[in-house]
Ligand binder design. Structure first.
Ligand SMILES: C[S@@+](CC[C@H](N)C(=O)[O-])C[C@H]1O[C@@H](n2cnc3c(N)ncnc32)[C@H](O)[C@@H]1O
Length: 412
């Protein structure tokens, strides 16, 4: 019998690569009988997505002709186990052969067996001389990242650590490392539910870089603050625990429900509005607005390796139109001299500085550069123009961080 983890991983990978569904969505859609192996299947599928180019390069010399896509998937799963997940050779080969049979690919079982046995014999020597960071990165992304491409792509090869944001007054939990920016970091693979304080809502999962935009807004007690595009609410939680009066705007009702449940668990209060932030008008202007705009999310590839497979260059072109619209809307919500933080979890240059230039050109906002003391914990993320630019290659000795761009604008 094929093993359930590999069958689930095969189904997850088919959903992502054939049906172009996000990996998280595919995980949620696993039938209940497969959900027991969810974590292991997720890890295996994520490894294949992270290392697809390398796995195909390793398989290449052993394939005389192009196998059907599902057979290639079985081979990638088997090779990932052998080369990256320390699966013993005989187990990786036997489970891949069984998987081929279970998924109606019995005529290819002999091929799977022969190819994987050869890779098992070669071991890590099969990886020698391969430029993995480059092989595992789509060409359009590599070229868009300029001189940082190799550092970013190298960081993408490893599983990301787990970062949490602490509610003010919470002591850093045991086992975590307090980062210079205030987030607490746990080793990759840590289950958040196992961290003391999680159950009582004293902390929530948020990458160290993702925690910076809300800090840079510097919300003060009593200020009226808006959080636009708010769900699942990591940034709303940060703002609400400053004592500011927070209004969170989110358009997707299912995600609003998650946001409300999260705020309740954290004991944080915000007025939650279900609306399109590009058209919603507040009853009175805000002192400050955080706009965490929808984006290509390429800054989260190390956590969501499916993004590198699913996003296309043309997606960025349509996203920047909605970013410009949301910036216009955010400007309209601010009082004179009110401040706006624009943030995106993207590594794509078009979603960063040019959006700020466009907003400034329209005349209602001016750029207010971040000062070095505001980014004391991560000075390397401050650009010469006064923007925040993080990427996974920063903090190489500490486990990196997600890719974020942020800028501050003032209503004139
Ligand atoms: C990057 S996520 C936001 C993450 C969130 N700020 C946090 O820190 O947890 C983007 C969110 O924006 C929402 N969204 C996208 N376009 C929107 C719009 N025009 N108005 C309101 N919400 C929007 C999406 O439904 C999604 O929940």
């Amino acid at each position: 019998m094929a093993d359930a983890t590999r069958e689930s991983a095969f189904d997850l990978l088919t959903a992502v690569l054939e049906r172009r569904r996000p990996l998280e969505e595919a995980l949620d859609a696993l039938p209940p009988q497969q959900s027991r192996d969810r974590a292991a299947a997720h890890r295996l599928a994520a490894c294949v997505l992270r290392r697809t180019g390398t796995l195909d390069a390793v398989l290449e010399p052993f394939l005389r002709r192009e196998p059907p896509d599902p057979v290639r998937l079985v081979l990638r799963i088997g090779a990932a186990g052998l080369l990256f997940l320390e699966t013993p050779g005989h187990a990786a080969v036997a489970t891949a052969v069984a998987l081929a049979k279970a998924r109606g690919l019995a005529p290819f079982a002999g091929l799977v067996n022969a190819v994987l046995r050869k890779i098992a014999v070669a071991g890590s020597a099969a990886l020698a001389d391969l430029d993995s960071p480059r092989l595992d990165t789509p060409a359009w992304l590599w070229s868009s990242w300029g001189p940082d491409a190799r550092a970013i792509a190298t960081a993408h090869q490893a599983e990301a650590p787990l970062d949490v944001t602490l509610k003010p007054g919470t002591a850093p939990p045991d086992g975590g490392v307090l980062l210079p920016t205030g987030s607490v970091r746990f080793p990759a693979g840590t289950r958040v539910a196992d961290i003391p304080g999680f159950e009582r809502g004293a902390l929530w999962v948020q990458d160290a870089a993702a925690a910076l935009p809300a800090r840079l807004l510097n919300a003060q007690p009593g200020e009226r603050v808006a959080d636009l595009c708010a769900a699942p609410g990591g940034k709303t939680g940060q703002l609400a625990t400053t004592g500011a009066a927070v209004t969170a705007v989110e358009r997707d009702p299912a995600r609003v429900a998650r946001l409300v449940a999260n705020l309740e668990r954290w004991g944080a209060h915000a007025d939650v509005i279900t609306a399109d932030a590009a058209v919603w008008a507040p009853p009175a202007p805000f002192d400050a607005v955080l706009l965490d705009a929808p984006c290509s999310a390429t800054g989260t590839i190390r956590r969501h390796p499916d993004v590198a497979h699913l996003k296309r260059k043309r997606d960025v072109e349509s996203l920047i139109r909605s970013q410009d619209n949301l910036l216009d809307a955010a400007a309209s919500m601010l009082r004179p001299d009110g401040r706006l933080i624009y943030a995106v979890c993207s590594l794509q240059p078009e979603e960063g500085a040019p959006r700020i230039a466009e907003a400034v050109r329209k005349g209602r906002l001016r750029h207010d550069p971040f000062r070095p003391e505001e980014l004391g914990g991560v000075p390397e993320a401050l650009t010469r123009d006064g923007f925040l630019r993080t990427h996974p290659g920063l903090w190489p000795g500490r486990g990196g961080m997600d890719g974020f761009f942020a800028a501050r604008l003032i209503r004139v």
